[in-house]
Design a protein around this ligand. Structure first.
Ligand code: AP5
Length: 210
């Protein structure tokens, strides 16, 4: 089994969904910078207050804040724990920082068309407590507006409104898309079509990971 996996893909491509399945079914520790930042925002920490202004307009939080945050989390992990990085790295500078700390065994790129991404993001509902994600049509919760896992009331992320999503997609193209070539050059990129049944995509993810 690959030890350190990076999930790449545009906003809404299914990184969180597949990362959560890797965690639940194969025991990976999932480190999601988006979840960490949303928690910091909710708790009103200094990091959360700084991050808010960038997140709310669909921009990236500055590298130095994110890299420090991620390095702290990596240090807290035990030796050899399998990790899936979800939403990190997002810039070449972040990828270099990660590569200085761990050997990335696999960069898994989820490929989804723009038209489907808009629908996925604007119809997503998230759990503020356990970070589970749902889609009102494709992956609905059993009870409307309540998390299946912990029962908390679901919410729509501030940055899931269509106008902010357009900015996030542009930010992805400018800053994160170059990472596909970055990992391709290192020989550890694998691209998977990220459309269709969630379980079938996970079978392809497992195939790449095991
Ligand atoms: P982050 O939370 O990382 O957002 P993102 O990368 O834009 O990704 P998303 O969470 O929107 O989507 P996803 O790919 O995880 O898809 P999901 O599985 O939820 O980051 C948010 C913000 O934080 C950034 O904009 C930035 O400001 C900041 N930030 C975070 N990391 C940073 C970093 N490293 N550097 C700087 N700033 C950073 O799926 C989406 C929806 O589709 C769900 O409703 C799901 O149920 C549904 N779905 C999933 N798979 C399928 C399928 N196969 N078919 C149909 N629906 C599906």
């Amino acid at each position: 089994m690959k030890t350190n996996i990076v999930l790449l893909g545009p906003p809404g491509s299914g990184k969180g969904t597949q990362g959560e399945m890797l965690s639940r079914e194969l025991g990976y520790v999932r480190l999601s910078t988006g979840d960490m930042l949303r928690e910091a925002k909710r708790d009103g920490t200094p990091l959360g207050l700084q991050a808010k202004e960038y997140m709310d307009c669909g921009a990236l939080v500055p590298n130095e804040l994110i890299i420090d945050l991620m390095m702290e989390r990596i240090e807290e992990l035990g030796e050899g724990a399998p990790v899936v990085f979800d939403g990190f790295p997002r810039t070449v500078e972040q990828a270099d920082a990660l590569g200085d700390e761990v050997d990335v065994d696999l960069a898994l790129n989820l490929d989804v068309d723009d038209a489907e991404l808009v629908n996925r993001v604007t119809r997503r509902r998230s759990c503020p407590k356990c970070n589970a994600v749902y889609h009102l049509d494709f992956n609905p919760p059993a009870k409307p507006d309540a998390c299946d896992k912990c029962g908390s009331a679901l919410y729509q992320r501030d940055d899931d409104k269509e106008a902010t999503f357009v900015n996030r997609l542009a930010t992805y193209r400018e800053n994160t898309l170059p990472l596909i070539e970055y990992y391709e050059r290192r020989g550890n990129l694998r691209t998977i079509k990220g459309t269709g049944d969630i379980g079938e995509i996970f079978e392809k993810v497992k195939d790449a990971v095991l």
